[in-house]
Design a protein. Structure first.
Length: 604
């Protein structure tokens, strides 16, 4: 008998690379919760990520793996208004992955950013710029309440600013005004106080421009009346609101202190050299007083610090082909904010995008077979000085040829570790991928109030501030910092004489530590208690602190049978051949004389 069975066919979906199905733009509004779903199809469903270009910290992007959906959401806050350009990336393992250029617009109703008061004097030129922030920026500013004194005019500039200008004919005292700013996202009002004095006024310009790194001097002039004989008052000018950038100071010159009663022009000097990284706009307020019946003269002042562009990110990155994302932002600072461009060929499946916040982003996963070096050139320009370039090295390695350098900071002190090739600047950026065999140099710098104790890991040891090694697949390096004044000594319990540097106490505890003992097992029957010495717990903590200096023979390890034995012998009084014989490891990098000199330095 023949039995025929019907076997149902199972349809197997054909694999397909991702395709975005959602729009390439959306609009949020400051103060209003917003949400946008990026969607993509493909078989299997792709994972969507956001790449290249910053978004405000008030927003987040989240996506479940292999869902074909990612969500951008949050409530924008004041100051977020503007246009943000970035990319969504869809990956499902079926090449090619897809990128979608995306534009997020955040509308923001206007808000006033200039001071809400102004002082003028009769028959004296007076000018003031009203400024706003918001998006769109074509904000109209109107005078909606109050009457300007004769000789003064209000002008809406149509770009989010307006101007009060002219020469008031008479001293009318306090004039209340109301300004209203309007754009397509909403409106805002500002109650403004205009004071017109008889004589007291700040007569210098209300703006100045400096350049970071260059000497800058500006004189603030105040015209007033000395009444020293009458009531001891003189004309003074002071900075009463706002913070100056680092490197600049303001001083009242006290010109009128030795001048007889009557009109006097005092001056104050804004001077110095604005420090690197201070480029931007600073809103200040100067106030002049003279003890007369005139109200204090107040001037809103705008200081602009221009700064030529400079790159602040590393000039290299190493990526692993196929198995890991290659995401990196090239960043520059300066004011006005610099624009970055890139030239050179990127590896297959990597992409680049100029961001909106002085960055150029590289992202993606390098394709199989793209291992090699890709020289790139980035250019940053902002109109302040010539454009600058950065020669950038993008290296792609296979997973088998990839090494990772991880740095950690330990101890109760503080400091910084940087690398060459650049990429590690710890704390902050503490890991870097490199090709196996790459020479890596680490440099440790303690902050004020701290000292550098030493290195551990990846063959690094000792207290030289720099350590160089050839990268292996895994390279874990620690740098130890301690409070200033910390001494490294083999008198670990700080018992001093007669048991200072004692083999039976200090040497025994160090040997136990190197053998892997912990806590009380290290100090039991070996610790010497003295009035000013360390407690058992503090002794263990101190040994752990000075561990970087316990690699006596310099082989990159902390070994009881070599380093511990050398310490014990030295504390027992052995020197030269009796100290060294049979105690150093085959990987020792210190000579006999160097070992003896190191031990001597640890037992001053």
């Amino acid at each position: 008998m023949v039995v025929l069975l019907a076997v149902p066919q199972v349809a197997v979906a054909a694999q397909g690379s991702p395709t975005f199905t959602s729009p390439a733009s959306t609009t949020f509004v400051v103060g209003v919760p917003g949400s946008f779903q990026a969607t993509a199809t493909g078989t299997p469903l792709p994972t969507i990520s956001r790449k290249a270009g910053a978004i405000p910290s008030s927003l987040t992007f989240s996506a479940a793996a292999n869902s074909g959906v990612g969500t951008l959401s949050g409530t924008p806050v004041a100051g977020n208004g503007g246009v943000y350009v970035f990319k969504f990336r869809a990956v499902n393992g079926v090449p090619p992955s897809k990128n979608q250029s995306f534009t997020l617009t955040i509308n923001e109703a206007p808000r006033f950013t200039s001071f809400a008061s102004l002082s003028c004097a009769s028959n004296t030129a007076c000018n003031f710029t009203i400024t706003t922030a918001g998006y769109p920026t074509n904000t109209n500013v109107a005078l909606t309440s109050g009457t300007l004194p004769s000789g003064m005019a209000f002008t809406n500039n149509g770009n989010g600013t307006a101007t009060l200008s002219g020469m008031p004919a008479t001293a009318v005292g306090v004039v209340p005004l109301v300004f209203t700013a309007t754009n397509s996202a909403g409106s805002a009002t500002q109650n403004f106080t205009l004071t017109v004095n008889n004589y007291l006024a700040i007569t210098s310009a209300a703006t100045a421009t400096c350049t970071a790194g260059s000497t800058c001097t500006f004189s603030v002039s105040a015209r007033g009346t000395n009444t020293f004989a009458l009531n001891g008052e003189v004309v003074h000018v002071a900075l009463t609101s706002g913070a100056l950038p680092s490197g600049l100071t303001f001083v009242d010159n006290n010109v009128c202190n030795s001048v007889a009663d009557g009109p006097c022009n005092d001056t104050g000097t804004l001077s110095g050299t604005a420090a690197a990284g201070t480029g931007g706009v600073y809103q200040l307020q100067f106030t002049a007083t003279d003890g007369s019946n005139d109200a204090d003269a107040v001037q809103g002042f705008t200081l602009t610090v221009n700064e030529a562009p400079s790159f602040v990110s590393p000039d290299n990155i190493t990526c692993i082909e196929v198995t890991a994302n290659c995401d990196f932002d090239v960043s520059a600072r300066g004011y006005p904010l610099p624009v970055l461009t890139q030239s050179g060929t990127l590896p297959s499946l990597l992409d680049g995008l100029a961001g909106t916040n002085t960055t150029y982003s590289i992202f993606g996963v390098a394709d199989a077979g793209t291992a090699g070096n890709y020289p790139l050139v980035f250019t940053a320009s902002n109109g302040v000085g010539p454009a600058i370039t950065q020669n950038f090295s993008l290296t792609v390695v296979t997973a088998a040829n990839a090494g990772v350098v991880n740095t950690t900071l330990r101890g109760a002190g503080t400091g910084r570790v940087v690398s060459n090739p650049s990429g590690i600047d710890c704390p902050g950026s503490c890991s870097k991928t490199v090709a196996i065999g790459t020479p890596v140099a680490l440099t440790a710098t303690p902050t004020n109030g701290s000292v550098f104790i030493g290195w551990m890991g990846a063959g690094c040891s000792g207290n030289a501030t720099s350590c160089t090694f050839n990268a292996a697949a895994s390279n874990d390096v620690s740098a130890t910092f301690a409070p200033a004044g910390t001494m490294v000594s083999l008198d670990v319990d700080a018992s001093n004489t007669p048991t200072q540097y004692d083999a039976g106490s200090d040497g025994m505890m160090l040997l136990r530590y190197l053998l892997g003992y912990s806590a009380g097992a290290i100090t039991a029957d070996a610790h010497v208690a003295t009035q000013n010495g360390r407690s058992p717990g503090d002794t263990v903590a101190y040994i752990d602190l000075i561990k970087p200096m316990l690699d006596i023979d310099g082989d990159g390890r902390f070994d009881a049978m070599s380093d511990g034995l050398l310490i014990l012998r030295y504390q027992l009084g052995l020197r030269a051949t009796a100290l060294i014989a049979g105690a150093t490891s085959s990987g020792a990098t210190r000579s006999d004389s160097q070992i003896e000199a190191l031990l001597q330095s640890l037992m001053p």
